[in-house]
Design a binder for this molecule. Structure first.
Ligand code: FES
Length: 121
């Protein structure tokens, strides 16, 4: 298991199985990230910004890097949540422009990290 935290309007954090994608982790924690192409590395709507623990994500493969380059998402913290697999603890942020389109669930297993609520706008 690995601890995944999404800095999000609600602040979602919880343990997920290793090797799931960040997109799958979000769903397990009770909300959906946009994923217009269905997780095929062709739309970039699932993009997140990695704040901490980037070394605990799978390496960027050719398809992910190609799309990030085409979308001018060239900072090292840019990742496609449908491609990045969780290998250990990580903290990511849903970009501001994407927050309005995510849907927050209310799963009982999800906790709101107290230490991060001050960072959420
Ligand atoms: Fe389209 Fe990730 S869902 S690139």
């Amino acid at each position: 298991m690995a601890r995944v935290t999404f800095i999000h309007p609600e602040g979602k954090s919880g343990d997920v199985a290793k090797e799931v994608t960040l997109l799958e982790a979000a769903e397990a924690l009770g909300f959906l990230l946009d994923h217009d192409c269905g997780g095929n590395a062709s739309c970039s709507t699932c993009r997140v910004d990695v704040l901490c623990g980037g070394e605990n994500l799978s390496d960027i493969d050719f398809e992910e890097q190609d799309l990030l380059d085409r979308e001018a998402l060239t900072e090292p913290y840019h990742r496609l949540s449908c491609q990045a697999r969780v290998l250990g603890d990580v903290i990511v942020q849903v970009p501001e422009q994407k927050r309005e389109s995510t849907k927050v669930g209310d799963k009982d297993t999800v906790s709101r990290p107290q230490e991060q609520t001050s960072q959420v706008e």
